[in-house]
Design a protein around this ligand. Structure first.
Ligand code: FO1
Length: 304
């Protein structure tokens, strides 16, 4: 079975890792959100690409989910001493990634080529693709005006109330090389448990349409997100945060939906949307949970 997995953020990276433990490199392509990318300290930073790659390579910081394990912070500490911004925590190993990505981008190398080379260097067999090689920047409309994504997410810790999202540059953005081919050759597309608004929607706006069955894993469990602001965003947009809200978010393109045992009470409502459902343990607290959930999802897909 060939899968294309859409991922962004820590939850997305974890399920992508679980799928990569089961599927061969020929059978899994991970397509990653780049709307969170930004320039900071003169460096081009692609947080979701790095989170997916570090996770697949076994290099990720297991506490935060982002950045590298065993990190030191000498550079950012000294940047702060010199009066520079330290709110976006860049570890010493992580900075190497941003330096080399920035150097290559300035030489004119496309982000997809850079990602391919970095995956090789990190020993990642599976294909990881940015959704596009063109710049797309998620802007968050809030009660404090429009904020760049990392300003909202990290600097302001998601405090501003969201009013909407804009993916600056998405109209002109073509899918990266390999994305269209993957979407044409896979059997199923899996939306990993990532934020629908700011991780999955940007990818959907770039790829425009998906002519394959789609299965989504809810990032919301019991009305809450394990990590990140998806539930808060739903609430601030006047939508009751729940797995049902996520199923509705994708309703027009979903064949299957995976929700947590905690939400078994809403399974019938989702079935009424003519979407097949799997109720299982969708929490991935331990590394072994990633493969377990991926296995459940793949068996579910097999039953569609
Ligand atoms: N998230 C934080 O909440 N605080 C940080 O200081 C932070 C630093 C950081 C550095 C590199 C990187 O790749 C990701 C980082 N993240 C941080 C996470 C990042 O903001 C989010 O993972 C995505 O943008 C949203 O999924």
């Amino acid at each position: 079975m060939k899968i294309a997995a859409f991922a962004g953020g820590v939850g997305g990276a974890k399920l992508a890792d679980g799928l990569a433990q089961i599927l061969s490199p020929e059978d899994l392509t991970v397509i990653v959100n780049t709307g969170d990318d930004f320039e900071h300290l003169g460096l081009f930073i692609s947080p979701d690409l790095d989170t997916v790659c570090y996770t697949l390579a076994g290099l990720a910081n297991s506490e935060t989910g982002w950045g590298r394990a065993g990190e030191t912070w000498n550079t950012i500490t000294n940047v702060e001493k010199l009066g520079g911004p330290a709110w976006f925590r860049l570890g010493d190993q992580d900075i190497a990634t941003h330096l080399e990505r920035t150097r290559r981008l300035k030489e004119g190398q496309p982000l997809s080529q850079i990602t391919r080379d970095f995956c090789k260097a990190w020993g990642i067999q599976h294909t990881v693709l940015p959704m596009t090689d063109s710049p797309v920047r998620t802007m968050v409309a809030s009660d404090e005006g429009e904020l760049a994504f990392q300003e909202y997410f990290v600097h302001r810790r998601c405090e501003p109330k969201v009013r909407g999202f804009r993916f600056d540059g998405v109209e002109a953005a073509e899918p990266a090389p390999g994305v269209h081919e993957a979407l044409e050759t896979v059997d199923v597309v899996v939306f990993c448990p990532s934020n629908p608004w700011v991780s999955i929607d940007p990818i959907l706006q770039v790829v425009k349409e998906i002519r394959k069955p789609v299965v989504a894993v809810s990032p919301i469990i019991g009305g809450k997100t394990v990590k990140g602001p998806a539930a808060k965003m739903y609430a601030e947009l006047g939508i009751e945060p729940s797995a049902l809200a996520v199923a509705n978010h994708y309703r027009t393109i979903l064949q299957g939906f995976v929700l947590d045992n905690a939400d078994s009470n809403i399974e019938s409502v989702i079935k009424d949307l003519n979407i097949k459902t799997l109720v299982t343990d969708t929490l991935m607290n331990e590394p072994a949970d990633r493969k377990r959930l991926a296995d459940d999802v793949l068996h579910f897909i097999g039953s569609l």
